[in-house]
Design a protein around this ligand. Structure first.
Ligand code: ZN
Length: 227
């Protein structure tokens, strides 16, 4: 991404990884094919434990509330279209809807997308790379998505076209590398994330990091203005 030199990391992960000497981005040495990735995400579905336990849902919803509060995402005035990319079963969408946003979602996995639709949410089953939503949004959220896609810069450029000038992009991504499964292809350092946003037409302006109560992972959250 920054054209810095990537050096191999010694670790026991399933695949070989490199770390950029300049921006600290960690990335898989060999990207899986798009076909293999799409097939993998069609198989993944949520642990029934997580669906059945309302308490877990409550904790996750509270976590989303906290993220939006800490990033100072105000209730919308006037136009209020929001899109959650990689919406899963719709937790962030529910929170945004409660806060007055007219929210739509994109989800690659059809099991999760159907669960979200059962909650009355407007979700399209598609890969972000193939989506073409009508009109522009004032807010796009992407929680734990960027580390999963083959071409993060391409996805950022794409969502840039979907946000109104001056609109907001909210991102969450893990700070601690977790490459035990096939699904994480990148681990962004704060420097690498800032660079990715700046290179794709965003002005990042608020960050915080936190440890996830559910998984105890160290994560980074950020809001950026669309330039
Ligand atoms: Zn770099």
């Amino acid at each position: 991404m920054c054209r810095g030199l990537g050096l191999p990391i010694r670790a026991s992960w399933m695949h070989a990884h490199l770390r950029c000497r300049r921006c600290d981005l960690i990335y898989v040495a060999d990207l899986p094919s798009r076909e293999n990735l799409v097939a993998a995400y069609q198989r993944v579905h949520l642990d029934p434990y997580q669906v059945q336990h309302k308490q877990q849902w409550q904790a996750w919803m509270q976590h989303k509330e906290l993220t939006l509060d800490r990033l100072r995402i105000a209730a919308p005035a006037g136009s209020r279209r929001a899109l959650d990319v990689g919406c899963g079963e719709g937790r962030m969408m529910l929170v945004l809807r409660q806060r007055g946003w007219e929210v739509e979602g994109l989800e690659l996995n059809d099991v999760l997308a159907r669960q979200a639709r059962e909650l009355g949410l407007n979700v399209t089953t598609t890969a972000v790379e193939h989506a073409s939503p009508a009109g522009r949004y004032q807010l796009i959220t992407m929680s734990h998505l960027l580390e999963h896609v083959r071409q993060p810069l391409q996805v950022l450029r794409q969502v840039h076209r979907w946000i109104e000038p001056g609109g907001l992009l909210v991102l969450e991504t893990p700070l601690s590398p977790d490459f035990d499964n096939i699904d994480h292809l990148y681990c962004f350092s704060p420097a690498a994330l800032i660079l990715a946003l700046q290179r794709t037409g965003f002005a990042p302006h608020r960050f915080f990091d936190y440890v996830d109560d559910n998984y105890h992972h160290h994560n980074l959250a950020c809001v950026a203005h669309r330039m």
